[in-house]
Structure formats: C-alpha cells, structure tokens
Design a protein around this ligand. Sequence first.
Ligand code: FES
Length: 134
Amino acid sequence: MKESLDPDYTGEGMYRENIIDHYKNPHNRGAIKNADIKHTENNPLCGDVVTVSLKLSAGRAEDIKFQGHGCAISQAAASMLTDEIKGKTLEEIKKTSREDIVNMLGIEIGPVRTKCAVLGLVAVKEGIKEFENK
Ligand code: FES
C-alpha cells in the first residue's frame, strides 16, 4: 500500500484524536530564555521546522519547549516528546528511540511519516550533541 503523503494525515482510530489534540493544543510550546540547549531541525522533504530549547538542572531537563511549524504528526510528536522527556537526564533522553515516538503516537507509520515523527527527537539529540561537544 502506498504511504499517505497528506501532511494532515493523523492515522486512524482512537489514537487519531490524541494526535489531533496535541496538534491543536500543543504542550510546552514556546522558547526558553537562557536555554542551555537549543537546536533547530528541518525536514528537507517538506521544509517543516522544529526548534527545541532545554533548561538543565543537575543534569536533568528541568524544562523543555518547542516551536516550529509542520504537519500534524511532526507537531504532535514534538508535543508528546516534551512531556515525555521533561525531568529526565541527558543520558535517558539520548536513549529515546524512533520506536518510543511511534509508541507515543500509537499509529503505524512508514518511512516518510517517520521523518515527520522524529523531527523533534532529532532536534533534541542534535542539541545535546552540540552541548556536549562545547
Ligand atoms: Fe513536513 Fe511532516 S510533512 S514534517
């Protein structure tokens, strides 16, 4: 079956509502002033963008926010991700995988939608890399 390229695609069934809810009412939206980690990632296939900012305290993500624009999957996944990793250590956050994001979304996604789903996660991981290489 051909994968849907519809940017408004949000899957089927009961998870769809949750994804649309996060898309319309994103959690942790915004930017943190004086963030310790800040990174912008874009999806070259569509030009959509997610910027994450993190404030650290004792090695943990005390606060995390994101901004950007994109399809429902990318924005909902970023919203869910910020909820998930708030309070975690950088080591714990680095272990977050594509599968974790798919589980949060609760829908099966193919390679095209995977790029959307992990946009926020890639931004977080790249931001951590930059922070650790400083
Ligand atoms: Fe651009 Fe999903 S279509 S991130």
